[in-house]
Design a binder for this molecule. Sequence first.
Ligand code: RBF
Length: 164
Amino acid sequence: MKKTNLSDYDPTQVPSGKGRRIGIAVAEWNREITDALAQGAIDTLRKYEVVDEDIRLVHVPGSFELTTAADLMLRNDASLDAVICIGCVIQGETRHFDFICEAVSQGVTNVSLKFEKPVIFSLLTTNNFEQALDRAGGKHGNKGVEGAITALKMTALQKELERK
Ligand code: RBF
């Protein structure tokens, strides 16, 4: 069975982001990876007509801080339609990996429900650096691109449902 990979997305099925305001929170840990993911997200938002002034980019020290950043962004800028959280957690010898991944996945869900807006989980959780590279513009696509597409699809869905 073919695995779903949004990096192979159908460009005709992505809603325009015209008029949308999107926040992007990027972790500085494993920056070579997270910068590539962030660039993929920004390029994709631009491709779908989100203008630069409507892309609010912030950096946080590590992935653990992504949830707080998303919360602060949405609390302080009610015009944001969605926030994309970008990070890369690589399995080490201690249990930090599990704690960080669990905290971010729960945190993203909580912030999304709290503000009733899409908060996108673009967190790579890999066994090693090579697996991360493969997903940051390598053979498994760019998960930042996929995060941007998800943000556009979810904001469009929100607008559609709110109109009803
Ligand atoms: N942050 C990441 O974004 N990716 C990591 O792989 C990562 N590994 C960490 C490993 C250890 C042992 C520690 C203490 C922190 C790590 N962090 C990592 C940073 C974490 O997300 C956060 O910034 C700090 O724990 C401060 O709250």
